[in-house]
Design a protein around this ligand. Structure first.
Ligand SMILES: [Zn+2]
Length: 131
């Protein structure tokens, strides 16, 4: 993905002005929503290393295998609770749409994700997947 491409999180910004610098470690997410968006974008660009790095150590899996056939097509942030620059925890409810590149099947993930800010850095903790 080029910095001038539209960011996969559909913020309306370019990748270079949105999730790109987070993926490269040039800066960290200021809010839980920004971290959630950057993690969605990491799924979209296949950056498992970033997904593991932003997973809280208390719940982080030892490894992560991304399905290369899963093409992430759309993110809708539905609601946020806390998760601001002065909070230590937050929740983000979102819907993410994907398509399976080999079968053409479409799917939608609806999740409420929980985040904590630890040592000034936001981490993903876990989430409840809804209908
Ligand atoms: Zn983005």
């Amino acid at each position: 993905m080029d910095d001038s491409d539209r960011c996969p999180c559909l913020s309306g910004e370019t990748y270079g002005a949105c999730c790109g610098p987070l993926h490269r470690g040039a800066r960290t997410a200021a809010t839980a929503e920004a971290l959630m968006r950057s993690r969605y974008s990491a799924f979209a660009v296949g950056d498992a290393r970033y997904l593991l790095a932003t997973w809280h150590p208390s719940t982080r899996p030892s490894s992560l295998e991304l399905d290369p056939d899963q093409v992430w097509r759309r993110l809708d942030v539905l609601a946020t609770r806390a998760g601001g620059p002065f909070d230590d925890a937050g929740e983000v409810e979102f819907a993410a749409s994907f398509r399976d590149a080999s079968t053409g099947e479409r799917g939608r993930l609806h999740e409420v994700s929980r985040f904590v800010r630890d040592g000034g850095t936001w981490f993903y903790v876990d989430g409840d997947v809804g209908p």
